[in-house]
Design a protein around this ligand. Structure first.
Ligand code: ADP
Ligand code: MG
Length: 258
């Protein structure tokens, strides 16, 4: 297996393998071809911002990376491993990919602390006391340690989204995926979430972020990927992309949102 590179569920020498690698990924919803020959590589520590018009396939791309959405063709590997179709191994490898969605998706009937400790105790099999210590440290880090005993509905949207980030981090993911994490927030809460994300980026977390927050993209991204109609239309540096995009399609999109 040494030189085959990729083996379902198996470890391979990962020195030269990008942390996340998509090759010729295709996905249909019935007659709709939503991902078309997507090639994307994300190196360790890299922050990739994905932007593009609604319906372009950004969410499907995110969801396919940890198999929330099965793909029809191509391969996706995380740290050199292909996610298995199902089973315990899937749960464990899936936790290598932390996801944060537009809607915060916290468990409503659990406290913030319980939300953050659930995964580590159930999937990572950490001892409760260890999981709680770590959860508290993470909640402090995202600035909501004081809210640990509350239920999600008692928190503001920005606080809930920061709790969702802490919950994802508690699984010690290798990469964090954010799908429009600030789109559902009141404007005054956007920055507190972006600041947490910028901090993570600075600390070297590998991140794929779907967002239209240009300030964040300029500050934190190493690479911007512009996606439309299921295709990657342009990959560029943030500086180039926002001042001098190469494709008409990207320039047209930017002229509408900037
Ligand atoms: P984006 O996140 O860029 O707005 P999506 O990935 O959500 O795009 O959607 C891409 C396309 O796939 C859209 O046309 C959308 O309507 C369609 N789509 C997304 N999810 C489903 C689904 N579960 N069933 C059928 N069509 C879907
Ligand atoms: Mg979307």
């Amino acid at each position: 297996m040494k030189d085959s590179g990729i083996e379902a569920g198996g470890a391979v020498g990962s020195d030269h393998v990008p942390l996340v690698l998509l090759e010729k990924v295709n996905k249909h919803f019935g007659p709709l071809h939503v991902l078309r020959d997507i090639d994307l590589s994300v190196e360790r520590g890299e922050v990739v911002v994905v932007i593009g018009p609604s319906g372009g396939g950004k969410s499907t791309l995110c969801r396919s990376i940890n198999r929330l959405e099965p793909i029809d063709g191509g391969t996706i590997t995380v740290d050199g491993r292909r996610l298995p179709e199902e089973g315990k191994e899937l749960a464990r490898l899936r936790s290598d990919v932390g996801m944060v969605f537009q809607s915060f998706n916290l468990f409503a009937h659990k406290t913030i602390l319980q939300n953050v400790t659930l995964g580590p105790t159930k999937v990572r099999r950490r001892k409760r006391a260890d999981a709680e210590d770590r959860a508290m440290a993470l909640l402090d880090r995202v600035g909501i340690g004081a809210q640990a005993a509350k239920y999600p509905a008692q928190l503001s949207g920005g606080q809930q989204q920061r709790a969702a980030i802490a919950r994802a981090l508690a699984m010690e993911p290798k990469v964090m995926l954010f799908d429009e994490p600030t789109s559902a927030l009141d404007p005054e809460m956007v920055n507190e979430v972006l600041e947490v994300m910028t901090g993570l980026a600075r600390e070297g977390m590998t991140m794929i972020v779907v967002t239209h927050e240009m300030g964040f993209a300029r500050r934190a991204a190493n690479k911007v990927v512009f996606m439309a109609d299921g295709q990657i239309v342009e990959e560029n540096t943030p500086d180039e992309f926002f001042t001098n995009a190469r494709t008409d399609r990207a320039r047209d999109f930017l002229s509408k949102i900037l």
